[in-house]
Design a protein around this ligand. Structure first.
Ligand code: NAI
Length: 317
C-alpha cells in the first residue's frame, strides 16, 4: 500500500554517516534500508546501530516515541542496490567523498528511481552540480550535509544545484526538521559549503598563529573551548555582536576599523604539512597520547551528550 511505501528510505553506504541517517530515519518512524558494496560492513552497521540506539536510550536522548529495539527493527540492509532504492521516497547517499565514485553511484541509481524520489547526497564539499549534471532526475537532486555526530550536532546544510526544484528544497527542509535536525539552506552552491568554510577559516588562522609562534596548540584549543565555543553554543557570532552593542549600526561604527585591520593581516593560506603538521602532532600528543584517543573520544561523546541535553532544555525555555 502507498502509506507503507512512502515510509521507505534508501541509504547508500553503511559507514559512519549512513548509520547515523538510518538511525535518524528509524527514530522518526521511517523504514531505512542500507546498501553497501561490502557485505561485512552491513553486519557491522546493524550491530553498531543496535548499540548506539541502546546507548542513546540509556542517556535519555533517544528521539521519537519508539523504543530503541523498535527503532532498530525498522532498519534493514541489502547488498542489492535496486532493492535499496526502489519504492522509496528519499535516498541518502553516504559513500566515500570522491567525486568519481559518487557520480558513478548516482548514474546507476538514476534509472532505478521514480519521478518523485528525492535524491540526496551527504557530500561534505563536492557541489551538487558536479554530482548531478548528467542525471535524468537532476531536478530532484540535492546535497544534504550533516554535522558529525548528527545526533548531538543537529545542523544539516541543504545545498541545491542550479537546477534543483524549489519544492525539493522545501520538502527536504521539512523532512530534516521532522527528524529533529536543524536545517539551514544555501541559496546557491559554493565550494566547501558554509560549515566547512567557517571551520577551515578557523583552522587556517590557528596554523598562522602557530607558525608565528604566538601560542601553543593546547592554549589555542582553549580559546575555543573556554572562550568562543562557549559563547557560540547558544548565540552565533552575528547575534553575539548584535547583543554587544545597541544594534548593528552602532557595532559597525565602534568596531569596523579594528575588525578590518585585523582581517587585512590574515594573509595567504598555509598548507597543513611539514613543520606546522609536526608541531601540531607533537604538541597534541603531549595532551592526549595516541593510545588514549579512544578514551578521549568516549569522553567527547559523554560531554556532547550532556551539552545536547542542556541545549534541548534551554531551547524549551
Ligand atoms: P565511511 O568511510 O565511514 O563510509 C563509507 C561507506 O561507503 C563504507 O561503508 C563503504 O563500504 C561504502 N561504499 C563505498 N563505495 C560504495 C559503493 N559504490 N556503493 C555503496 N557503498 C559504498 O564514510 P563516512 O564518514 O560515513 O562519509 C560518507 C559521506 O558523508 C562522505 O561524503 C563524507 O564526506 C560525508 N560526511 C562525513 C562526515 C564525517 O564526519 N564523517 C560529516 C558529514 C558528511
Amino acid at each position: 500500500d502507498d502509506a507503507h511505501k512512502s515510509e521507505n528510505v534508501g541509504i547508500i553506504g553503511s559507514g559512519l554517516i549512513g548509520r547515523s541517517f538510518a538511525m535518524l530515519f528509524a527514530a522518526a518512524g521511517y523504514r531505512p534500508c542500507i546498501y553497501d558494496i561490502k557485505e561485512s560492513q552491513l553486519d557491522d552497521a546493524l550491530a553498531d546501530t543496535r548499540k548506539q540506539l541502546a546507548d542513546l536510550e540509556k542517556h535519555g536522548l533517544l528521539r521519537g516515541s519508539l523504543s530503541a529495539a523498535e527503532q532498530h527493527e525498522r532498519i534493514s540492509t541489502t547488498n542489492d542496490l535496486a532493492e535499496c532504492v526502489s519504492d522509496v521516497f528519499y535516498i541518502q547517499e553516504c559513500v566515500y567523498e570522491r567525486e568519481e565514485l559518487k557520480r558513478s553511484v548516482w548514474e546507476k541509481v538514476d534509472p532505478m528511481v521514480g519521478e518523485n524520489t528525492i535524491l540526496a547526497s551527504s557530500a561534505s564539499a563536492i557541489v551538487p552540480s558536479k554530482l548531478s549534471e548528467g542525471l535524468v532526475h537532476r531536478n530532484n537532486f540535492i546535497v544534504v550535509h550533516p554535522t558529525n555526530p548528527p545526533f548531538y550536532a543537529p545542523l544539516v546544510e541543504i545545498i541545491p544545484a542550479p537546477w534543483t526544484e524549489a519544492g525539493i528544497v522545501q520538502k527536504v527542509k521539512a523532512l530534516m526538521t521532522e527528524l529533529g535536525q536543524s536545517p539551514v539552506v544555501l541559496k546557491k552552491e559554493i565550494e566547501g559549503f558554509v560549515l566547512n568554510r567557517i571551520q577551515y577559516s578557523i583552522i587556517g588562522e590557528y596554523m598562522r598563529l602557530l607558525k608565528e609562534g604566538i601560542m601553543s596548540v593546547e592554549d589555542l584549543d582553549k580559546v575555543m573551548t573556554d572562550g568562543l565555543g562557549v559563547r557560540y553554543a547558544f548565540n552565533g557570532p552575528l547575534m553575539t555582536a548584535y547583543l554587544n552593542a545597541e544594534g548593528f549600526y552602532e557595532y559597525g561604527e565602534k568596531y569596523r576599523d579594528m575588525i578590518f585591520g585585523i582581517q587585512k593581516s590574515f594573509g595567504e593560506p598555509i598548507k597543513m604539512e611539514g613543520d606546522i603538521l609536526k608541531q601540531m602532532q607533537d604538541e597534541i600528543t603531549r595532551v592526549v597520547p595516541m593510545d588514549a584517543i579512544h578514551e578521549r573520544r568516549a569522553k567527547r561523546d559523554l560531554r556532547l551528550t550532556a551539552l545536547s541535553k542542556l541545549k534541548k532544555e534551554m531551547d524549551r525555555k
